[in-house]
Design a protein around this ligand. Structure first.
Ligand code: RRO
Length: 308
């Protein structure tokens, strides 16, 4: 089966990535991803200028239908991750960066511009969990202004990680902005920000930071993720690929993301729950569906969702 995709001419032999944040904070975890034969490439934990410990634990909680997290951007710092992606790897890497402010974003991207790194970078505009820091991509004017200043100096391949949108007008607004810039890709969705889980037995929240509020992922976000992949694919320039992230548990979920137009598919909550073996299982399940339908390549059905 041809399970390949490409972003800005960078070939991915297989469609599967990790969702940033899961299994990618240390070089050991990143190596494990890249060494798995069913993984196409790895995305780093979003890097900030300085190393961060993140929010107090418990900060990730597995639910029956997904997950809630308020990690608070724990990471080993920009230098650690750029050093990693500057090494030779047999598969592509995506360097994810997340400033704590627009100024930080500019500084991070300046350092990438001035480095020898020629691979893909992804600017996280959608972290929901840093106290006092709103998700940039919900501020349309701020996003426009930030990308304007970024592309005045940044000449390397750059994509953005977006939060989920819930109104068709918002899809029109964000894509009108993104289409003005030579972006390589958008990665959609980040977690659904600021959900709240209540454990009835203990009459309590389940994570400590922010009084229990946190980003939702996993099965419960699949329809939101599919809507976002589809709505973005329908509106973005063809040159801007969509990485589908959100709610994948089965090969059928992967198939649905591709039908909606995903070029590659990332796994977060299910990778956290199941471990790296998830990629072999999803590959088998996807290939079984493709075989039953007589498809041999993702290109046979990518973006070809039927409407009624
Ligand atoms: O670290 C986090 O709390 C976090 C980040 Br940066 C993000 O982009 N999405 C998320 O669900 N958690």
């Amino acid at each position: 089966f041809d399970l390949t995709g490409q972003i800005n001419g960078v070939p991915f032999d297989r469609l599967f990535l990790n969702a940033s944040g899961v299994h990618c904070q240390s070089t050991t975890e990143l190596d494990e991803l890249l060494q798995d034969e069913f993984v196409g490439g790895a995305v780093t934990k979003s890097a900030t200028l300085e190393k961060r410990a993140g929010n107090p634990a418990p900060r990730y909680y597995e639910l029956a239908n997904g997950s809630i997290n308020s990690m608070g951007l724990p990471n080993n710092g920009f230098d650690y991750y750029i050093q990693y992606v500057l090494q030779f790897h047999a598969k592509p890497t995506i360097l994810s960066v997340a400033g704590l402010s627009a100024d930080d974003d500019i500084q991070l991207l300046n350092q990438i511009q001035d480095s020898d790194y020629q691979g893909l970078t992804e600017l996280n505009l959608s972290c929901p969990n840093v106290i006092g820091k709103p998700q940039m991509a919900y501020d349309f004017e701020g996003t426009q202004a930030l990308l304007q200043s970024v592309f005045s100096f940044f000449k390397k391949p750059l994509g953005v990680k977006l939060p989920p949108y819930f109104d068709l007008v918002h899809f029109d607004q964000i894509t009108a902005i993104l289409n003005q810039f030579p972006l390589t890709h958008v990665n959609s969705i980040n977690s659904i920000g600021n959900g709240l889980w209540v454990d009835v037995a203990s009459e309590s929240v389940v994570i400590k930071p922010k009084g229990g509020f946190g980003g939702l992922g996993g099965k419960m976000v699949l329809p939101t993720a599919l809507a976002n992949v589809r709505a973005l694919r329908q509106r973005l320039n063809d040159s801007i690929k969509v990485i589908g992230t959100g709610g994948v548990q089965t090969g059928a979920d992967v198939f649905a993301h591709i039908l909606c137009g995903a070029e590659l598919v990332s796994i977060g909550t299910q990778l956290q729950a199941e471990g790296i073996g998830v990629y072999h299982r999803l590959t088998n399940e996807l290939e079984r569906i493709m075989a039953d339908k007589g498809y041999t390549a993702l290109a046979d059905f990518r973006g070809k969702l039927n409407t009624i």
